[in-house]
Design a protein around this ligand. Sequence first.
Ligand code: IMP
Ligand code: MG
Length: 173
Amino acid sequence: MNERVLFTEKEISENLDKLANQIETYISTLPENEQDKIIFIGLLTGCIHFVSDLTKKVESDHKLAFMKASSYINNKRGSLTIDENIPTVKDHHVIVLDDICDSGNTLNAVVNKLLEHKPLSVKTCVLVNKILPEKSHTPDYTVFNINDVFIYGYGLDYDEYKRNLRDIRIKID
Ligand code: IMP
Ligand code: MG
């Protein structure tokens, strides 16, 4: 398979340092008695390396939980399924972490579902955002913006493989 590295391990790590700082700044703007009421929720499975690497860089106290959301079947956009097991978010500021925001349908649905459970707030944060003319959700925090191409590695799968890559790649024909 012909492929090209789009974002290296070093670029990802350096940009996660910046993102962690942005998140710390956001947390410091919250009322003092709410600054430890933070819960990160990763959307499995693509978020794994992103969540693991980012949360280790965020020094403020926070909780960590996961939800399962999937929408891609055989590298094509498919129907969306969201796990009904919702972490306890009531009275917490939620930061949803996902690998990539494509159509925005996953994050839009996850945010709406979480809001039913009365959190103090919900922010969304992705490693990669695809720039598309129409999206149902735009993340509050984005590390990399790309055009509408299919990428894999660093948690993102190619037919369920390649999640283990340390960098993010794109297939070239
Ligand atoms: P959305 O609901 O269309 O925003 O899709 C988001 C989900 O689709 C992500 O959480 C990924 O799991 C998956 N996805 C979207 N684009 C890609 C890609 O380029 N590579 C791998 N997975 C992708
Ligand atoms: Mg996903």
